[in-house]
Design a binder for this molecule. Structure first.
Ligand code: KIV
Ligand code: ZN
Length: 509
């Protein structure tokens, strides 16, 4: 059996999903969960993109102990300097430099000749090597690059010291056979490839990212790159949980294992979905809510007699368990702390106290508190973005023949209390107009979704909003037993995030 290394880029390529903007604390929470999942490398961001990105990569580099932390860098000295500045505190780190190699990118984007591209790539790898041993080189749009030229680039950057070579299908254009053949050709044309790690990185524009990644693994790739839930630029990246389960379920074909702790997959998927606001479709392979549900009578009958009749993956393999309700208003601090540890949180005493107060407040509104309720509560309470404004109270007057009127009391982080009222087209609209007045922020609501965390009349409602202000797009999430309160909380969190991001110039890869 070969071991295929897992390079997670949820926090970099995944965060390039339209409208997704994670705060530093949200990125740290995802990074710590990726470490529990057991990824080999995690790309924490693109340090040169903005001071906020650099800070996030640095914080992750400080906290993560086992996985190698990676920062992306264009093939320029200043990008590589920033990547090093962010990564130098890490126990294990890797600088990931890239430059486009395809004719389309060379001619229209870079306006550089073949020779100039090679020269720049070699200089960049040599420069990054001064800082650290592990340097990954990506030939952007490798899929559409002439194979002879790609081999030349790969040979040159290996000679310059690259330890990992990544062959991205940047635009999701390849078919499995074609993509696998690139790896076969490189192994034939560049003997030095056998001394380095060879990585695949696929986008899903034609829905073939996972199939292409598996084809590359069959053809000799030793590392696979992707994101949790397949989030990412445009149609997204290869979904790592799908690749991992394909390898685990079809060991007979692939003869390969991964270092992942598969039982952490469900939790990681749910965390990424909650924090990015990118809801996992019910029919999504491996992690969708319906992936293990059997509707037809014939299927139900078969599964009851023998699960493997219609189930090729046991849901417990990826960490799905039935929602046992264990905590309620009589639960003490000790039981609460134990439960948090079981859910994977290692919190400081102060954080546990803060979460316990929120838990007790929830018990006053909800009889039974499930694991999902707790997860939703902890993320909002402890991993919220920098709080410029917080909600003190919201009041609403509504009648089906009258105009909804909302009044809100917000508290600013300097202690100032802001009170405003507004009328609107509906309850949520009036709340949002009152918040706009109180904060003075001009924002556009581009998306609004309500999801129920658990079932029942007292279920927690989760509201996701997306807001835009100029070029800044953010998502915010609010959780409450009352959807109007959850709506206000989500909106305020998104505004806080805009304030945190404002002023930072963003560059994307
Ligand atoms: O898809 C791509 O080409 C990338 C590179 C920057 C590695 O994400
Ligand atoms: Zn990519």
């Amino acid at each position: 059996m070969r071991t295929i290394e897992i390079f997670d880029t949820t926090l970099r390529d995944g965060e390039q999903s339209p409208g997704v903007n994670l705060s530093t604390s949200e990125k740290i929470e995802i990074a710590l969960q990726l470490e529990r999942l057991g990824v080999t490398r995690m790309e924490a961001g693109f340090a040169a993109a903005s001071p906020g990105d650099l800070k996030s990569v640095q914080e992750i580099a400080r906290r993560v102990k086992h996985a190698s932390v990676v920062s992306l860098a264009r093939s320029t000295m200043s990008d590589i300097d920033k990547a090093y500045e962010a990564l130098k505190v890490a126990q294990n780190a890797c600088i990931h430099v890239f430059i486009a190699t395809s004719p389309i990118h060379r001619e229209h984007k870079l306006r550089m000749s073949k020779e100039q591209v090679i020269e720049r790539a070699v200089e960049a790898v040599k420069y990054a090597k001064k800082y650290m041993h592990e340097v990954e080189f990506s030939a952007e749009d490798a899929g559409r690059t002439e194979i002879a030229y790609l081999a030349e680039v790969v040979d040159a950057v290996i000679k310059a010291g690259a330890t990992i070579i990544n062959i991205p299908d940047t635009v999701g254009y390849m078919t499995p056979l074609e993509y696998g053949n690139i790896f076969r050709e490189l192994k034939l044309r560049v003997p030095a490839v056998s001394n380095i790690k060879l990585s695949c990185h696929c986008h899903d524009d034609l829905g073939m990212a996972v199939a292409n990644s598996l084809a590359a693994i069959e053809a000799g790739a030793t590392q696979v790159e992707g994101t949790i839930n397949g989030i990412g630029e445009r149609a997204g990246n290869a979904a790592l949980e799908e690749v991992a389960l394909a390898l685990a379920t079809r060991k007979d074909i692939y003869q390969a294992i991964t270092p992942l702790n598969l039982k952490e997959i469900a939790r990681t998927s749910q965390l990424v979905s909650r924090l990015t606001g990118m809801i996992v479709p019910g029919n999504k392979a491996v992690v969708g809510a319906n992936a293990y549900a059997h509707e037809s009578g014939i299927h139900q009958d078969g599964v009851l007699k023998e699960a493997t009749t219609y189930e090729i993956i046991n849901p417990e393999t990826v960490g799905f368990k039935s929602n046992r309700i264990v905590l309620g208003k009589h639960s003490g601090r000790h039981a609460f702390k134990e439960k948090l540890a079981e859910l994977g949180y290692q919190l400081e005493a102060e954080q546990i106290d803060e979460a316990f107060v929120a838990f007790k407040a929830l018990c006053d509104r909800k009889k039974d508190v499930s694991d999902d309720d707790l997860l939703a509560l902890i993320d909002v309470k402890l991993f919220a973005a920098q709080q410029t404004y917080s909600l003190e109270s919201v009041q609403l007057s509504y009648g089906n023949h009258s105009t909804p009127t909302a009044s809100v009391h917000l508290v600013k982080n300097d202690g100032e209390v802001l009170t405003e009222a507004a009328i609107g087209n509906g309850s949520v609209d009036s709340i949002y107009k009152a918040i706009d007045r109180a904060t003075g922020e001009e924002v556009t609501l581009t998306d609004y979704k309500i999801v129920s965390v658990t079932h029942g009349k007292d279920a927690l409602g989760e509201v996701y909003v997306r807001l835009q202000q100029g070029s800044i797009n953010v998502q915010g999430r609010g959780v409450s037993t009352d959807v109007l309160e959850a709506s206000a909380l989500a909106y305020i969190r998104a505004i806080n995030k805009i304030i945190e991001l404002r002023g930072q110039t963003l560059v994307t890869s």
